[in-house]
Design a protein around this ligand. Structure first.
Ligand code: RP5
Length: 367
C-alpha cells in the first residue's frame, strides 16, 4: 500500500503544528511558516515565491486562453465527480507537520527494518530503540557526504532547513522534523539534517490522447515511478539542478554524448517554471538524523517544445517516458512525488481555467 493513496487527515500522523519534542530534546528556532527567513535558512538554494499553504482556492471564473500552453482541440467537459482533484482540494501530505508515512514504514534500499516507530517525538520514550544504519559508501568519505563524526561535521557548517521546526537531540544531533523513523544515523543520505534536492515536474498535453502527461522515470533503487529530481550541488542554482537532472536522467546526456535540447535552454525555461512546493520529502531513505527536503517546480511545455525532447534513460533511471497524470499513476509514485504533481495540477488548473479528469484527460469544467 502506498501512503499517497491513503492520505487521511484522521490517521495518527501529527497534526500541523502539533509536533512537540520529548522533554529531553532541545527545540531550536521556530521560524515563520514559509521556513525561509532567519539565519538558520540563510543561504538555502533559491528563494522563489512558493505557495505558503497547499490549499488552492476555487478556480477563478475565466475563459482560458489556449494559444501556447494548450493544444487547440475540442475539449471535453469534465464534471466535478470526474475530476482528478476537487476544487479547493488540500494536499494533506504537503501541509506542515504531515506527510511522514513512507519514512516510518518503508525501508530504503538495503536498509534494516524500521520496526514500528512511534508516531511523534512526544511518544518516543525510553522504549524507543531505533536501529543504527549508515550505508557502507559513507565510510569512504564521498565528497557529497559529511564526515562520519557528527560533531566534526556540525562544527564545519550551520544546519539548514525549509521546515519551521528545527529539533535537536540531547547530543546536538538534528532530529527529523516530522518524527521518528525507526533508524538513526544517516542511512544512505550524506548529510546530517536536511539533504537538499530539486524536483522538475515537466508536463505536456499528449497531442493524440488529449491527456496531461509528465516526464516520469523508474528509479534504479526501489523501481518506483518518480519525477526526475536530484541533489542540489553546492553553490548550484536550483534552475541549474532541474535542467541538469533532466539532461542526465531523462535525456541520456552522458550515455549519448548530447541531447536534443541543450541544458542551457532548459535552464532558461525553468526560470519561468511555477514554484510548487518546498520542504520535507517523505522519502524512504529518511532517518531520525538525516532526511530529504526539496523545491519542486512545474514547467508546462507546448507541443512543439515537448517534441524537441528525445527521452532516453540516463543515470539513476531504469526507464523514462511521458506518463499520464492520473489517479492511478499518482498513487504509485516515489516519496511525496504524487503529492507534488497533484499540487502542480491544482496550480495549473487555476492558471489556465482547465480541469483534469481522473484518467488525465484535459477538459473544461462542467457541472
Ligand atoms: C527525493 O529524492 C527528492 O524528491 C528527489 O526527487 C530525490 C533526490 O534524490 P536522488 O534521486 O538524487 O537519489 O527525496
Amino acid at each position: 500500500m502506498n501512503s499517497i493513496g491513503n492520505i487521511n487527515p484522521l490517521l495518527g500522523v501529527q497534526a500541523p503544528g502539533g509536533l512537540r519534542p520529548a522533554p529531553a530534546l532541545k527545540q531550536e528556532q521556530s521560524g515563520p511558516s514559509d521556513g525561509l527567513t532567519g539565519s538558520v535558512t540563510a543561504g538555502l538554494p533559491g528563494r522563489p515565491q512558493f505557495p505558503t499553504l497547499a490549499q488552492i482556492p476555487e478556480e477563478p471564473v475565466k475563459v482560458p486562453e489556449l494559444e501556447t500552453a494548450v493544444t487547440p482541440r475540442e475539449l471535453p467537459t469534465i464534471s466535478d465527480e470526474q475530476r482528478l482533484l476537487q476544487p479547493g482540494a488540500v494536499i494533506w501530505e504537503l501541509q506542515p507537520g504531515w506527510g511522514h508515512t513512507k519514512a516510518r514504514t518503508q525501508p530504503g534500499k538495503d536498509y534494516p527494518s524500521r520496526g514500528n516507530p512511534p508516531q511523534s517525538w512526544s511518544q518516543a520514550d525510553e522504549n524507543y530503540h531505533p536501529t543504527f544504519y549508515e550505508a557502507p559508501i559513507l565510510a569512504t568519505q564521498p565528497a557529497w557526504a559529511d564526515p562520519a563524526d557528527m560533531q566534526e561535521a556540525l562544527g564545519k557548517r550551520e544546519l539548514q532547513s525549509y521546515e519551521s521546526q528545527q529539533l535537536k537531540g540531547p547530543n546536538g544531533e538534528p532530529l527529523n522534523p516530522r518524527g521518528p523513523t525507526g533508524i538513526h544515523g544517516r542511512g544512505l543520505l550524506g548529510k546530517f539534517g536536511a539533504n537538499f534536492a530539486a524536483d522538475p515536474i515537466v508536463t505536456r498535453i499528449n497531442p493524440e490522447t488529449g491527456k496531461l502527461e509528465m516526464i516520469a522515470i523508474v528509479r534504479e533503487d526501489l523501481h518506483q515511478v518518480a519525477i526526475p529530481g536530484g541533489m542540489v550541488d553546492p553553490g548550484e542554482k536550483v534552475s541549474g539542478t532541474l535542467a541538469r537532472e533532466l539532461c542526465e536522467e531523462t535525456l541520456g546526456k552522458e550515455e549519448h554524448g548530447g541531447t536534443t535540447m541543450q541544458e542551457a535552454q532548459l535552464q532558461q525555461m525553468f526560470e519561468r517554471a511555477t514554484p510548487v512546493y518546498q520542504g520535507y520529502v517523505d522519502d524512504p531513505r529518511n532517518t531520525d538524523n538525516a532526511w530529504m527536503e526539496t523545491q519542486a517546480f512545474h514547467l508546462h511545455l507546448t507541443a512543439e517544445e515537448a517534441s524537441q525532447l528525445d527521452l532516453r534513460k540516463g543515470s539513476d533511471a531504469a526507464a523514462v517516458s511521458w506518463a499520464p497524470i492520473s489517479a492511478e499513476s499518482l498513487s504509485e509514485m516515489y516519496g511525496s512525488h504524487g503529492a507534488f504533481v497533484k499540487q502542480a495540477v491544482l496550480l495549473w488548473q487555476q492558471e489556465t481555467g482547465l480541469v483534469i479528469g481522473q484518467d488525465g484527460t484535459v477538459g473544461r469544467p462542467g457541472s
